[in-house]
Design a protein around this ligand. Sequence first.
Ligand code: AMP
Length: 720
Amino acid sequence: MRPIGIDLGTTYSAVATISENGQPKVIKNADGESTTPSVVYFPPTGEPIVGSEAKEYQAVGENDIASFFKRDMGDKGFFQIFQGRKYSPTELSSLVLKKLKADAEAELGESIEAAVITVPAYFNNGQRNATIEAARLAGMRVLRIINEPTSAAIAYGLSSKTKAGTTTMVYDLGGGTFDVSIVKASDSEIAVLATDGDHKLGGKDWDDRFAAYLAAQFKEQFGADPFEDQESFNDLMIKCEKAKRELSQRDSTKVSIVHNGEKGTYTLTRAQFAEMTRDLLERTHRIAQSVLNSVEGLTWEKLDGVLLVGGSTRMPMVAQFVEEMTGRPPLRGINVDEAVALGAALQAAADLQSEDDLSLEASSSEEFTLPTIRDVTCHSLGMVAENQDRTKYLNSIIIKKNTPIPAENASEYTIRVSRNREANKLEVYMLQGEVEVPLECTVLGKYVFSGFLPTKTGRAQLRVHYAYNRNGTVDVRAEQLNAEGGLANLTLTIEPVPEDMSWLGRSPLENDPPAPPPVSLVIAVDASGSMSGEPMKEAKKAALSMVEKLDLDRFHVGIMAFSDQMATLTECTSRKKDVIGAINALDVGLGYGNDACPFEKAMKMMDRGEGAKFIVLLTDGCWSYPKKAIAQAAKVKDEGAEIIAIGFGSADHRFLKTVATCDENALMTDLSGLVDSFSKIAQVLSSGDSQQNTSLVMPDDPDEQESGKGKRKGFFSRFF
Ligand code: AMP
């Protein structure tokens, strides 16, 4: 397969391959030019037109023109509409790639299946993936995505020029972007040590300055603003770009503006142009300085040179500025428009060779021994996490900026298995940025993990892994550490990032949904004569064991005794001391038999609010007025309380079933099983609470209601 490298630029793109003599060379397009404008024109009928022809349509004021879409690459919400159809930046890029591919195929006389494509070093995960997708739409496989400065460094042969290791800055000023990297090269390795950029700074800004200056001159002379008319505006922009290039050759240039029936001709000198755009170069200085500072111990004096890349570095003011900045002239010797594509072709040759090696095919005749390339991450990648006291969200950095690629790192987190939050789901918001405040970072993706296994503590411990692969795209995975049986891999679903992320500006506490109202639970203990002695002792132990297992912030517990009469030992309360005191005070002595019915009284002891209501009834015998008891039980059940009836001794299971909410809520046990039964109920109540079943009384799951088919469903049937 023929090695192909593509520089998919903001303003111009280029394709390169390796010639018969083993040298990289640019493949000319159908117009015989080595670069193709990244411009698309959508005519009213027929296929979109890409390249110089599209640029000419732009010059004559056509509106259906797409350009500079690389600046919006990866922005999922960005679309442009042409001839009634929506186009994403990815689709527009794929049209450029299709044209580059077709022209190169025609020139080479063979088809192109795969290529190395270059992107700015600061391109993030989404932007890189969008580039891979654009190639796929154009019918090409991406052998690898490499960073533009790395590609330029390969083309310059930085590594072959030095054995000992030199440190160079690649200063790449293109049409729409500025990119700066520090590259360390030896004969065996090219390592990018640090990189940064501004994707809204490039030759276009120089054009804009030029045009604004001329438009102001015209307005002063004729009182009309050429910017107000689309055709005059386009014409002016094209002329300015041309004149800007002329100023790279000559000391001055002339531009004529025709607008509103008037014509004005203006002269601009190279020095004037440099003066009016000085601040743009100052911006490159700030970025270059900060990249330099980020490499420990590196200074302008220690730097071995600055390599200029990108069409805009043809402006003499750039070389002058770099000389001022570094104290010596920049490195020369590469074609600034072609270098990136040439380096990509060399990389493609090396990649194809290693593919051949892997598939044990006969290796190609040319041997490309490229140095190993070590790139670094351009941004820190983190995730949204909560601080300890849940007062704010933080950007928890997992992979730091300028980490060598491929890079993998993991961080451990605990998630609260909160009652109100879907405890079995973890939402990871991937952040790009260096600052701690998530809202000041870019949210790159939303990764939702599920498949958590239950934990005893109600908290899940997780490890979230980020892995930067060689294309600079990121793979995310997570595992649960405290699952029973060891590690458990969690299932990942990628979801779109919500448009409204303003919740990150509030505290996690503020974002919690309101806590559900407390659950009222009355333990009603039979205090008839037969309970005296051992039975009452066991009943108290059982009630105490239940209270120990309940979180009294969530459960308000009341204690009552009933025999022929009734006694409220405590109303429903969250005060543990009162509840324990009441249990200890339980005793026989309210009569000998069971004349009383406890349900209505129990109901009165409960909180008035919306919270769920439970009566846990314990009895060891038959009651004097079963019918009355059944009627009262029915009433409180209608009012929303759930009855769990536990019997032992000579209790009647059938009777208990009629008072309980459902058959499963009526249990028969013996004295030795009392503590166990009460503990179990407490456990189920608590776990139900933490599993989101905030409404223990009212099942709101339609399936559940459906399967109930009119039969009341109780507490046990819902949990077992
Ligand atoms: P690139 O994205 O690297 O192809 O750079 C394209 C940018 O370089 C565009 O803004 C061009 O206007 C600019 N450019 C190309 N040639 C020259 C030149 N001779 N002088 C000034 N700018 C140039």
